[in-house]
Design a protein around this ligand. Structure first.
Ligand SMILES: [Fe+2]
Length: 171
């Protein structure tokens, strides 16, 4: 049976927005004071919320919030030598993400390739300190090595039925 290849590449998965310096500075100044949630409380992530007064003082985040209201924003931590399972986010159609600190880590997007035991993959390399639209509805994983990895991530009020990557990034 022929497997139809739809055209896909990293541009379907992420799109660069710009620098969010306030968020990076907040992380740099508060790194040792952040209180992370118990993984069992929030989709099994370790997350430290950021107060709206902080994230909305970043002009870029404020600009996005004026268009798509932010429900919650925080910093997600993953331990050294761990990876996430391949997944599609349950509620979020799209997120905005920014890598704050890491050592060696890999972000992969994958899709079915006609062989049930394999995915076709593309790798995404975050530029640290740069904010990206992130398509949470394409299978993805993160593989992390030596140091804890910290990622700024946002949830919008509109969930996947109302706000998708294509809607958010459509010019
Ligand atoms: Fe995810």
């Amino acid at each position: 049976m022929l497997h139809t290849r739809t055209k896909w590449n990293i541009n379907n998965c992420v799109q660069q927005i710009g620098r969010a310096g306030v968020i990076q500075n907040y992380f740099n100044e508060n790194k040792d004071k952040l209180k992370f949630s118990d993984p069992k409380d929030y989709y099994h992530f370790q997350i430290a919320s950021i107060p709206p007064s902080v994230y909305l003082s970043d002009p870029l985040i404020k600009f996005i919030n004026d268009k798509y209201e932010i429900e919650d924003a925080g910093i997600i931590r993953i331990e050294p030598n761990r990876c996430y399972k391949w997944h599609i986010d349950t509620e979020r159609g799209v997120g905005i993400n920014m890598l704050l600190s890491n050592s060696r880590s890999f972000v992969l997007f994958g899709k079915d390739c006609g062989n049930p035991s394999e995915y076709e993959i593309v790798e995404f390399n975050y530029q640290p300190g740069v904010l990206y639209w992130f398509n949470t509805q394409i299978m993805h994983t993160v593989i992390n090595f030596e140091q804890p990895r910290y990622l700024f991530s946002v949830e919008f009020v509109l969930q996947k039925d109302k706000l998708t990557f294509d809607m958010a990034t459509y010019q």
